[in-house]
Ligand binder design. Structure first.
Ligand code: HIF
Length: 288
C-alpha cells in the first residue's frame, strides 16, 4: 500500500494528460467565422513560434519551456501584440486539462494548426514546465520585420538555426495576415491564408513587389492586385542569394518544403527545453 501511495503521488503532471484528446480539442477551436479569415490557426502558429523564438543558445535562456509568454512582462513586448487572441482562445483548455503546462499547450496549438490547415505532420513531445515571470526574457529577442537578411540571420543564428532551416521556416508566412492594430503592417501574404501551402515562396518569386503607398510602416504589396503583402524581412529571402536558393527549391517542390519545415518547426518548439527522459514523441494523426 505504501508503494502504491508513493508512486501515485509522484506521477508528474505532464503524464496525466491525454494529448490526443487535447489535440482534438484544439482542432475544435480553430474555426470561427467571425475571427479574421475564419481560423485561429495562423495566430496559434504565431503564438507557438513567439513562445519559442526567444531562445539564446549561448546563455541557454528563453524558448518555449516555462510558458513565460503568458506573463504580462513578456506578453507586453511589442512583437507579441495580438497574441492574447490566441491565449484567450486556448484558456478554456487549460481549465479542462489542468495538468497540461501552458508551455505544452501553446506549442501543441502550433502543431495542431500547421497540421489541420493542411501542412505536414510535426513531431512534438510533452513535458515542458511553467515558470514564473522572473524567467521572462528581455524584450528584443524576436525579429524586427522592418529589417533585412543580416538581422534575420542574427536572430535565427542566435537560436541555433542555419540558412536552410531559416528559409524553410519562413514558408509559414503563407498563413495569416498582418494587422495594423498589432504590428502596424497590413494584409495577407496570399489568397489562401488559412491553408498551409508553399505559396509564400511562389508568390515571393512570381509577383512584382512594390512599396505600398500609405502612411504606415514601409512594406511591399503585389503590383498586380495590391491585395497581398511582403514585409521587408520577407523580401530579404528574395534578395539574398543564399536564402533565395532555398526559396526557389521550395517554390518548385512542395514536398521538400513540407519535410524541411516539419523538422525546423519541431526544432523551434523544442529549443532550450529539458524534456523528461521518458517523454514520448507524438506524431498526431490529422483529423478528417
Ligand atoms: Fe511571422 N510575422 N515573422 N513568422 N507570423 C507576422 C505574422 C505571422 C515576422 C514578422 C511577422 C515567422 C517569422 C517572422 C507567423 C509565423 C511565423 C507579423 C504580423 C509580423 C510583423 C503580425 C500581425 O500584425 O498580426 C518576422 C520579421 C519573421 C522573421 C523572418 C516564422 C517563420 C515564417 C518563424 C513563423 O512561423 C504567422 C502564422 C503569422 C500570422 C499571424 C496571424 O495572426 O494571422
Amino acid at each position: 500500500a505504501g508503494w502504491y501511495f508513493y508512486s501515485n503521488e509522484t506521477t508528474p503532471s505532464w503524464k496525466k494528460v491525454n494529448y490526443n484528446s487535447v489535440y482534438k480539442d484544439i482542432a475544435g477551436l480553430l474555426e470561427d467565422e467571425d475571427y479574421d479569415d475564419g481560423s485561429y490557426g495562423p495566430v496559434f502558429v504565431r503564438l507557438a513560434w513567439h513562445a519559442s523564438g526567444t531562445y539564446d543558445k549561448k546563455t541557454r535562456t528563453g524558448g518555449s519551456d516555462g510558458g513565460t509568454i503568458r506573463h504580462p512582462a513578456e506578453a507586453g513586448h511589442g512583437a507579441n501584440n495580438g497574441l492574447e487572441h490566441a491565449r484567450d482562445r486556448l484558456e478554456p483548455l487549460k481549465k479542462q486539462y489542468p495538468n497540461i503546462s501552458y508551455a505544452d499547450l501553446y506549442t501543441l496549438a502550433g502543431v495542431v494548426a500547421v497540421q489541420e490547415l493542411g501542412g505536414p505532420t510535426v513531431r512534438w513531445r510533452p513535458g515542458r514546465e511553467d515558470k514564473t515571470e522572473a524567467d521572462c526574457t528581455p524584450d528584443g529577442r524576436l525579429p524586427d520585420a522592418s529589417q533585412g537578411a543580416d538581422h534575420v540571420r542574427d536572430i535565427f543564428y542566435r537560436m541555433g538555426f542555419n540558412d536552410q532551416e531559416i528559409a524553410a521556416l519562413v514558408g509559414a508566412h503563407a498563413l495569416g495576415r498582418c494587422h495594423t492594430s498589432r504590428s502596424g503592417f497590413e494584409g495577407p501574404w496570399n489568397a489562401s491564408p488559412t491553408s498551409f501551402t508553399n505559396f509564400f515562396y511562389t508568390e515571393l518569386l512570381n509577383n512584382t513587389w512594390v512599396p505600398k503607398k500609405w502612411n504606415g510602416p514601409f512594406q511591399y504589396v503585389d503590383k498586380q492586385s495590391g491585395q497581398f503583402m511582403m514585409l521587408p524581412a520577407d523580401m530579404a529571402f528574395k534578395k539574398d542569394s543564399e536564402f533565395r536558393k532555398y526559396v526557389e527549391k521550395y517554390a518548385a517542390d512542395q514536398d521538400a518544403f513540407f519535410e524541411d519545415f516539419a523538422k525546423a518547426f519541431a526544432k523551434l518548439l523544442e529549443l532550450g527545453v529539458k524534456f523528461p527522459e521518458d517523454a514520448p514523441v507524438y506524431e498526431f494523426k490529422t483529423l478528417e
